[in-house]
Design a protein around this ligand. Structure first.
Ligand code: PMP
Length: 396
């Protein structure tokens, strides 16, 4: 029966990684990958994580299942990290945490929950969005639509977005990126979040906030402005959180589905359904990543170390954004690319066209996806002058 199965082309990013590896140009630059890089181009294990793992190795007494909602000790620390210490939502017992295999796993749980418990509700995602969103929701049986997010000049199109949200049928689900929008890097201001809140209320829409980069934009609490605003002002919110980036534990698959309901009783009802969805997908989540996070966040000392390392990563990215624009000044291109310094997170919609991206790869060995999305963590003080020169050449 497999005879008739057709092969699909590989992931564009994986192709890019292969081509980069084969390139012998010593000046080659990889701006394609989706992980954080330090100044040496490495994605190291964070010190706080290493220390937590050493403690776990010594103290772990069992490898038994941790249950469909994951380890309670993990939920206990993730809820205040996301919703805020002393959050009124937590005080009211309105929020439930379910440990998941990464943010992706949390998204799939959310998708299955919507498909089974809220039948007939469609999902709306920004155009563009993280490509996996386009796969996950239809895979669960949901109908997916897009709302505009950037305009023809590659800038945030907030008016277009808000106008489209106002047209969405009552009761549908709207996916919002909490911060560090992937792929564009354009985030909503606090005032814009408040306007979105009003439309969600008016249209009785259910927000699903994808929170994959907490701490990578402005700060742990600052980045949570949107999800906290919605959770505190709406009866129902879904949040998918990821520890992949902020703890650097990508391969440990550590995320969390947070369901916020009107009251504690409805939360327990929803929570019982989420357990079924988790059980049907993978039974129990992997334990190790959640144990690391919980070990770090239950210790004041390790939390301080982790916060410092996270701040270092965030500051590095934001400094590189400013230095990129600065490096383009001698070519008179600083204004054209000024938005790169204003964007947040690891990714930037540079505004480079697919043709310019092709030339950068073919003539300069600079690799990025054809949408012009660059991983800012791939910039370095060594390669910025070369990058600027190359960008100037393809802008001629
Ligand atoms: N949402 C967005 C917007 C992302 O960029 C990512 C990771 N690239 C995820 C979710 C999923 O992250 P994880 O690796 O934790 O599954």
């Amino acid at each position: 029966m497999f005879e008739q199965i057709e092969r699909v082309p590989g992931d564009a990013i994986l192709g890019l990684i292969e081509a980069f590896k084969k390139d012998t140009n010593p000046q080659k630059v990889d701006l394609g990958v989706g992980v954080y890089r330090d100044a040496q181009g490495n994605t190291p294990v964070m010190r706080a994580v290493k220390e937590a793992e050493a403690l776990l190795l010594n103290n772990e007494t069992t490898k038994t299942y941790i249950g469909s909602h994951g380890a309670p000790a993990y939920g206990e620390v993730v809820l205040p990290m996301v919703l805020g210490q002393g959050s009124p939502v937590l005080e009211a017992g309105r929020a439930s945490a379910t440990q998941s295999p990464g943010g992706t796993g949390a998204l799939r749980l959310a998708a299955d929950f919507i498909a089974t418990q809220l039948p007939g509700k469609d999902i709306w995602v920004s155009d563009p969005t993280w490509p996996n969103h386009l796969g996950i929701f239809p895979a669960a049986g949901l109908t997916l639509h897009k709302y505009p997010y950037v305009d023809a000049d590659n800038r945030l199109d907030f008016d277009g977005m808000l106008g489209a949200l106002k047209q969405i049928p009552e009761g549908d689900v709207v996916l919002l990126h909490a911060c560090c929008h992937n792929p564009t890097g354009f985030d909503l201001s606090r005032d814009q979040w408040k306007q979105v809140l009003e439309v969600l209320k008016e249209r009785k829409l259910l927000p699903l906030v994808d929170f994959a980069y907490q701490g990578f934009g402005e700060g742990l609490d600052e980045d949570a402005f949107g999800p906290r605003l919605l959770a505190e002002n709406l009866d129902e919110v879904i949040i998918t959180s990821s520890c992949s980036k902020n703890f650097g534990i990508y391969c440990e698959r550590t995320g969390c589905l947070i369901m916020v309901a009107k009251n504690a009783e409805q939360m327990e009802n929803v929570r019982s359904q989420v357990a079924i969805v988790a059980r049907e997908n993978y039974s129990n989540p992997p334990a190790h990543g959640g144990a690391i996070v919980s070990e770090v966040l239950h210790s004041d000392e390790l939390t301080a170390v982790w916060r410092e390392e996270l701040t270092e990563m965030r500051d590095r990215i934001n400094t590189l954004r400013r230095d990129f624009v600065e490096a383009l000044k001698p070519y008179g291109l600083d204004e054209k690319y000024a938005h790169v310094a204003e964007q947040r997170g690891m990714f930037s919609y540079t505004g480079l066209t697919p043709e310019q991206v092709d030339r950068l790869r073919d003539e300069f060995s600079i690799y990025m996806v054809r949408s012009g999305r660059a991983n800012v963590a791939g910039f370095s003080h060594e390669n910025l002058p070369y990058l600027a020169k190359a960008i100037a050449a393809v802008n001629d």
